[in-house]
Write a protein that binds this ligand. Structure first.
Ligand SMILES: Nc1ncnc2c1ncn2[C@@H]1O[C@H](COP(=O)(O)OP(=O)(O)O)[C@@H](O)[C@H]1O
Ligand SMILES: [Mg+2]
Length: 338
């Protein structure tokens, strides 16, 4: 393939995300690194690409693209990228776009790659969840499919709590429409005897095996050969770490880095964000992951990174986000071409 890269940015002309969610990475710096390696870099927004470009049918490009935290806008991106990936090398692959802000597809993808981790069940209706309610090993962790900073993550100690919690997650406008429609049909004399057998709770969630007694989890970012690790302590009287703000750049157990490396290699991506935890028996679990549009705090603020050269080695020094994105992409392309 020719040495040319198309960078697709969003409505704000941003490639997300920098330290703030509303900020894109420095694309001038990013392009400089790629151009120094002989790549021609073009930039276009999704809107320009589908509506205004004479070249709607890009073919044989390396395409670097961004996602969105807005669900509607992400669906728009998915439509466009799904088409482009048929004729181009998109970076990262489509599965990682599917995984973005979608804890349910993350579990399906993880399972298919054979990444051993926590038991997990996935639901989108209360009727299906109810059928399995006696089969879980309590406590369990229940997570809304979308959400960050622990706001949509809960623990249920028994089936009553699980029902209560999942009803809250699945309570949407569908629920109210269900009863409104019933009332309307009744007035018209058209209420079918089967109507109330239908579902009124819809909402995607996962029920995950609970890892007890954790003091922290580890955010590990992987960019090419560089591993960045952030220890995140759980909140007071709580089991949740993300969003707690109790962060420190400590050296993790080797088992964390080695697990991160195995996941990174299986996923065949340029960069990755992993939430990992380790129990007293030194068993590591992958709590969740993102391969696009993830928070870069761990890279930007870290005073060092780790590389695996025989043993895990700590290299002192700060990293520049846009440069690391570009370097990781270069390494990824080089590996793919081999
Ligand atoms: N299965 C689990 N067992 C124990 N703690 C968990 C589990 N899953 C998540 N947690 C805790 O809850 C926090 C939030 O969960 P996570 O799935 O990462 O959601 P979010 O997208 O909100 O960060 C994690 O940082 C971790 O501390
Ligand atoms: Mg998390």
């Amino acid at each position: 393939m020719e040495k040319r890269i198309l960078v697709i940015t969003d409505y704000k002309d941003a490639y997300r995300q920098d330290i703030s969610r509303s900020q894109g990475i420095d694309l001038v710096q990013f392009k400089q690194v790629l151009e120094q390696e002989g790549y021609a870099v073009s930039q276009i927004t999704y809107n320009e690409l589908v509506n205004h470009s004479s070249k709607k049918g890009y073919t044989d490009w390396y395409i670097v693209y961004t996602s969105s935290e807005n669900i509607e806008y992400k669906e728009y991106i998915k439509d466009i990228i799904y088409d482009l990936q048929k004729r181009n090398e998109i970076i990262p692959g489509y599965d990682l776009l599917m995984c973005h802000e979608d804890k349910l597809y993350q579990e399906i993808y993880k399972r298919n790659l054979g990444i051993q981790s926590l038991d997990c069940q996935m639901y989108a209706t209360m009727k299906d969840l109810q059928k399995d309610i006696d089969n879980f090993h309590y406590p369990v962790v229940i997570k809304n499919c979308v959400g960050a900073g622990s706001i949509s993550v809960f623990k249920a100690d028994n089936k009553k709590e699980l029902m209560k919690c999942s009803k809250k997650i699945m309570l949407s406008k569908d629920f109210f429409e269900y009863y409104l429609k019933a009332a309307y049909k009744k007035v018209l004399g058209k209420l079918s005897p089967y109507y109330f057998e239908d579902e009124k709770y819809f909402g995607r969630l996962v029920v995950q095996q609970y890892v007890p007694n954790l003091e922290c989890d580890w955010k590990v970012l992987v960019f090419g050969e560089k591993y960045y690790a952030l220890r995140r302590n759980v909140r007071k009287n709580d089991f949740r770490a993300s969003g707690s703000g109790k962060f420190s750049f400590e050296t993790p157990d080797d088992a964390i880095l080695t697990f991160a490396e195995a996941v990174y290699e299986k996923m065949k991506v340029p960069f990755l964000s992993l939430d990992l935890c380790i129990n007293d028996a030194k068993q590591v679990y992958l709590i969740e992951f993102q391969g696009i549009h993830f928070g870069p705090y761990t890279l930007i603020e870290s005073p060092h990174y780790f590389v695996h050269s025989g043993a895990w080695e700590k290299i002192e020094g700060k990293s520049v986000l846009a440069e690391e994105y570009a370097q990781a992409i270069l390494q990824y392309i080089e590996k793919k071409l081999k």
